[in-house]
Structure formats: C-alpha cells, structure tokens
Ligand binder design. Structure first.
Ligand SMILES: Cc1cc2nc3c(=O)[nH]c(=O)nc-3n(C[C@H](O)[C@H](O)[C@H](O)COP(=O)(O)OP(=O)(O)OC[C@H]3O[C@@H](n4cnc5c(N)ncnc54)[C@H](O)[C@@H]3O)c2cc1C
Length: 444
C-alpha cells in the first residue's frame, strides 16, 4: 500500500462505473496510485449486479425513445463494452448474443417501426425489418393468441452481443486493472463518510480514518449527489430515486429481447421482455418505475439522506407539478404504483405483458422479489427539467460526481473515458487515447 494512505486518485463506489474507471486509469494512463472504496463486501452488489438491471447492452437500435443522434452516441459506448469483452474472451461467458427487437403493435406503431427502420438503417446496417410473417418464424410467442386482425412488426437483429452481466464485467475490470498496475488498492466494506478539500488535496474519511488524494471521482449511484451536496456542489440538482421491479414468466415464452415502443416524454424504458442470463429458461418482464424515498433499493433506508439528496424546493415541486399535469405521465405513474401493490399487481401487470405475449395470464407470471434496482434520476432545478439520462458534476477543482441511471451500465467505459480525460488534464498525466481507441472504440 502506498505510504500514509495517499493516492493520486480515489474512486468512491465499486459498481460498473467506478470499476470501469479503475480499469481505464490502470491500463490507459500513467497514473501511479489509485484506490477504490466500496461500502459493501463485494463489487457490484447493487444496480450493476445482474439482479438489479435489465442486462441489456443499449446500442440505441431498439430503444425507440432515442433520437438517431443519441442512438449513435449510445452505440459508441456499447461497442466499447463489446470490444472489452472480446479482448478478454468473455463472449458467451459474460456477454451473450440474444436476438433483440423493437416491437410495434397495431397499425400506428407498425408505421412507426417502418419509418424508424428507414431512418436508422444506414447507421445500423445490421438491423432487419421483420413483418408479421417473419416474426411468426422468429418469435412465435408474439403471435400465439393474438387477434388475427392486429398487425405487428419489428426492427431487430441477432448479430449484436445484446445481453451483458454487468456485475461480472465490473469484477473483471478490477481483476484486469490489478494485472495492469500493482499500485491499485481496492477496499471492500469501506464506506466513504465524508470528503473535504484541504489545500490542493482531498481528505476522504472512511470509517473515521483519513485517506488523501489529488483527485476524487464519486461513482456512488444516488449517493453521489448526497456527497456532492455535503461538499456544497451540485446545489442546482435534485435526485429522484426511481425503483424498477420485474416479473418472472413461469411458462416458456420469449427467446429474444423484445422492447416495446417508448413514450419519448419518459426517461424509462417501456415494459420489455428479456430472457434472464442468470436464470436459465426464465424470462423477465419489466421494469416498472416507482419513486421511492430511499437511496438504495433493498438496504436500510436513511430517510434524511433521501431528503438531503432530493433537496426539496419550489423548483422541485414545480417539476413534479409539471410532470403530473401531463396526462400520459400521470397515468404512467399511477399504473406503475399499482404494479407494486400486492394482491392486485400481478393481474394488472399481466395486461401489460399481453401486449408482447398475448397468451400470458396472471397465473403465468410472478413478482420477482429482490430483483431490480434504483435509478438516480436527476432534476435540474434551473431548467426545471428531469434529465433523461446521466448527469455529471464537474467542479473543475479535482473532484467529479456521476449520477448514472439507465443506460449507465452500457456507458461505463464511455464515462470512464471522459473522467480519465479530466483527471489526466488536471494532474498533467498521460492518457493513452490511441491505445484506448484502437482496443475499445473501433468496431471489431
Ligand atoms: C431496473 C433497472 C434496469 C436497468 N437496466 C439497464 C440496462 O438494461 N442496461 C444498462 O446499461 N443500464 C441499465 N440500468 C442502469 C444501470 O444499472 C446503472 O446505470 C449502473 O448499474 C450504474 O452503475 P454505477 O456503478 O454508477 O452505480 P451502482 O451500480 O449503483 O454502484 C454504486 C456503488 O457505490 C457504492 N457506494 C455508495 N455510496 C458509497 C460510499 N459512501 N462509500 C463507498 N461506496 C459507496 C454502492 O455500494 C455501489 O456499489 C438499469 C437500472 C435499473 C434500476
């Protein structure tokens, strides 16, 4: 261990974001000493764990609320994860080629898919248009029990590594980082309690003990904003923790990842069906979206931390009011609340699933207990808007805070690249961008 608990960089949080940065610093920079602190006893036990998310590598090709521009950007970061997996031989170990599609149901949505396919096919040349007859061959569960007059169509592919165990990838980042740089320390079961700026260094208090660094990156999920607020940063942001639950199908249903058409006003994916890569022959449907007064889904809740991170104010209430004033969003919020209420939830959710698999009944699905994490959605109090994705507080003082709702696992290496750039600029260190681009960015 380096002397006096001093490091060039300290990373707070051992999910996929923190570990991707650890790996990037170890392999692609000349930064010597790095420490990562994770409060639980293993890497990626929360949102980055395969139980916490939908296990989808978001390439932008089936996410119908992304514009073409956003899809191209997301695809770039997804490609980094695929390339990383190929570099270490993780194909069919931590990443899988499950066919995937965006499904349109009814004439209006079918037309939407046709138009979108035309718009996307140059940027995503591997995507195919699948009409009803083709879908009957590829994914018969979509047709069985469906009204013969109801048209369906999809744009999809079986050529991408569409499903990823982000938790295992996070653990592999740590293993591979340690092979690249032996001056890395990863501390488990160590919660960062406080961060203070002292002169041009940071004092990071972990269980009462001080550690020091020149630069700090906080990748602590919803806790990132809590730590930022405690240091007086990010006061124009509020965090709205949105839980997402899943339902398991008890019967044989889908063989592919089937996404439905999303409402562009909502930052969350519409309900989709995904063959689960950690439970053989099980399909998950979800996630739901429910605002929860806590910063972690399944652990003891510190209500005051939630309040401090939400930082209620006139502007925050105005954002809530505007959201609830919109009929679609109000209906969505109410429905999603009911999907969590025992006794009625399975019956109501089955109706949602029937859009994808028409023959499923409430007896064929069950609420997946303990599955699904929490998305730290950020509200910008100045523009009075809910961010549709990730948010970063770049202080310019040697500390960065990242809040990473979906597709944060997919963009882990893209975000690590941005942070490595900031860190190297600040510390005057070398970032081997050519090597990063050659190994991770260019399509293989
Ligand atoms: C229901 C759902 C479905 C999703 N589906 C997808 C998907 O299909 N594809 C996709 O790309 N993304 C998906 N996401 C988003 C994705 O899961 C997250 O963006 C990603 O896991 C965030 O990773 P992270 O490392 O930033 O945060 P986390 O995984 O939350 O890790 C943060 C870590 O910080 C630690 N920590 C917190 N506070 C402290 C502290 N004070 N000291 C030390 N450690 C601390 C925590 O213990 C935790 O391990 C989904 C999210 C949800 C909730």
């Amino acid at each position: 261990m380096p002397n006096n608990h001093y490091y060039n960089v300290i990373i707070v949080g051992g999910g996929i974001s923190g570990t991707a940065l650890l790996y990037t610093l170890a392999k692609y920079t000349n930064i010597k000493t790095v420490a990562l602190f994770e409060k639980y006893n293993d890497i990626a036990t929360l949102n980055s764990n395969a139980k916490g998310n939908s296990q989808t590598l978001h390439c932008g090709d089936i996410e119908t609320n992304y514009t073409l521009e956003k899809a191209i950007k997301t695809n770039k970061t997804a490609t980094m994860v695929e390339n990383y997996g190929k570099l270490y031989g993780y194909e069919n170990k931590y990443m899988f080629k499950i066919p995937k599609m965006a499904l349109g149901v009814g004439d209006k949505e079918v037309q939407f898919i046709k138009d979108r396919y035309k718009e996307f096919k140059d940027a995503f040349p591997y995507m195919e248009y699948w009409d009803k007859a083709k879908l009957a061959e590829i994914e018969p569960a979509l047709l069985k029990g469906r009204d013969a007059n109801e048209d369906i169509a999809a744009m999809g592919t079986d050529k991408r590594w569409s499903a990823v165990d982000f938790g295992e990838i996070a653990k592999s980042f740590v293993r591979n980082a340690k092979k690249e740089n032996s001056d890395i320390d990863v501390y488990l079961s160590k919660e960062v309690e406080k961060i203070k700026k002292i002169g041009n260094k940071f004092e990071v208090i972990v269980e009462g003990k001080p550690y020091y660094s020149d630069y700090v990156v906080v990748n602590a999920g919803a806790h990132s904003l809590l730590l930022a607020h405690q240091m007086g940063h990010g006061q124009n942001f509020s965090c709205l923790p949105v839980g997402g639950s899943f339902y398991y199908s008890k019967i044989d249903s889908l063989k592919s990842k089937v996404y439905t058409i999303q409402n562009p006003k909502l930052p969350f994916a519409a309900i989709h069906g995904d063959p689960d890569i950690i439970h053989d022959n099980t399909v998950r449907f979800g996630p739901t979206a429910i605002v929860l007064p806590k910063l972690e889904r399944y652990h003891h809740a510190h209500f005051l931390d939630f309040i401090e991170t939400l930082a209620p104010s006139k502007e925050v209430f105005e954002v809530f009011y505007d959201l609830m004033y919109d009929d679609d969003i109000r209906e969505y919020a109410i429905k999603n609340f009911l999907y969590e209420v025992p006794g009625i939830r399975t019956k109501l959710f089955a109706k949602e699933v029937q859009k994808i698999v028409p023959f499923i009944t409430e007896d064929d699905i069950e609420f997946a207990d303990g599955i699904g994490g929490l998305r730290p959605q950020v509200i910008d109090k100045v523009s009075k808007k809910l961010f549709l994705g990730e948010a970063k507080i770049e202080t310019g003082e040697g500390i960065v805070f990242n809040m990473t709702p979906s597709p944060g696992a997919t963009s882990c290496l893209g975000n690590a690249y941005k942070d490595a750039e900031l860190i190297c600029d600040f510390l005057g260190a070398k970032f081997k961008k050519k090597k990063f681009n050659k190994e991770l960015v260019n399509e293989k």
